[in-house]
Ligand binder design. Structure first.
Ligand code: GDP
Length: 297
């Protein structure tokens, strides 16, 4: 299926190397754990997270008296799945919910908003987009193309407009038109963390004022192909904005799917969706079990 196809490269690298580690090995010894840890590190799971996962595996193997390598394999799958589990659903009630989508240019933010809008619409929700990335005219144009593709309305102003003013308009329009979800694009300029923070807190205040007690999500879009850089970006955005979820894109084009574990472990923020292609239906709610299963097959 899509996850397996999407994860082809990550799977080939993880499953292939896991296979080599387990192949022809009868004994569960220290070397096995060390080699498994190496496989995780080289799949972009990150050193700290790999060490943590293998430590958990050791504990489980000991506690459950596992003596064969098949058992270790299953235990590792369980440990990895357990690490990723959590609530991936979006907070959508009371309507209109407001989703702020943040992330640096090129990670797939616009595409992801388009996909998400299409998906929510298919679920019967009235969706409205707010083009609050006013920094580049191209961003507004691109979002408009995706709004059309997804068949949803968009609220925009011209390039250079105050992002908080666009969000204000979008929230007003959302209320007036009975929207279920207002998805706002934002400019993710990380090089100036102070202005990013100021901008996002201004937007936040507008939403609080116009929709007290609104269902809110701050969703960070990250490009999986950037590996550990994605983790660093996530840390900076978490400090600047406060995050409720992560959307990890381009998992179809990379062997670096292990970054999912690093993000979860080092940030404690759930990955809620994954992007597995450029088309409108290439966005999936993140399913830890299917993800880990796909890695091991
Ligand atoms: P933005 O600058 O963050 O808004 O990024 P865009 O949405 O414009 O996407 C940048 C490029 O990444 C485009 O060519 C998209 O088609 C591509 N892209 C976005 N998401 C995915 C994905 O999940 N998989 C793949 N392969 N490409 C993607």
């Amino acid at each position: 299926d899509k996850i397996r196809a999407g994860l082809a490269k990550t799977r080939a690298s993880v499953a292939g190397r896991m296979g080599q580690v387990f192949h022809g090995r009868g004994k569960v010894d220290e070397e096995l754990f060390e080699e498994l840890e190496d496989v995780l590190v080289s799949s972009d799971v990150g050193v700290a997270t790999s060490t943590y996962l293998i430590e958990k595996l050791r504990g489980r193997v000991k506690k459950e008296h596992i003596v064969d390598t098949d058992g270790v394999r299953e235990a590792l799958k369980a440990v990895m799945t357990g690490e990723l589990e959590g609530d991936v659903s979006l907070l959508l009630a009371p309507a209109p919910a407001v989703l702020l989508v943040i992330g640096v240019n090129g990670v797939g933010k616009t595409t992801t908003i388009g996909k998400l809008a299409a998906q929510l619409k298919a679920e019967g929700k009235a969706v409205l987009l707010g083009a609050a990335d006013t920094f580049r005219a191209a961003a507004i144009d691109q979002l408009e193309i995706w709004a059309e593709r997804a068949g949803v309305d968009i609220v925009k102003q011209k390039e250079g407009a105050d992002p908080a003013a666009v969000v204000f308009d979008a929230v007003q329009a959302g209320k007036a038109r009975g929207a279920d979800v207002v998805i706002c694009d934002t400019a993710g300029r990380l090089h100036n963390k102070k202005s990013l923070m100021d901008e996002l807190s201004k937007i936040s205040r507008v939403i609080d004022r116009e929709l007290p007690g609104a269902a809110r999500e701050n969703l960070l879009v990250l490009d999986a192909t950037t590996g550990q850089n994605a983790v660093n970006q996530a840390k900076q955005f978490k400090e600047a904005a406060g995050l409720t979820g992560i959307i990890l894109t381009k998992l179809d084009g990379t062997a670096r799917g292990g970054v999912v574990f690093a993000i979860r472990h080092e940030l404690g923020v759930p990955v809620k969706y994954i992007g597995v292609g450029e088309q409108i239906d290439d966005l999936q709610p993140f399913d830890p079990r299917a993800f880990v299963d796909a890695l091991f097959q």
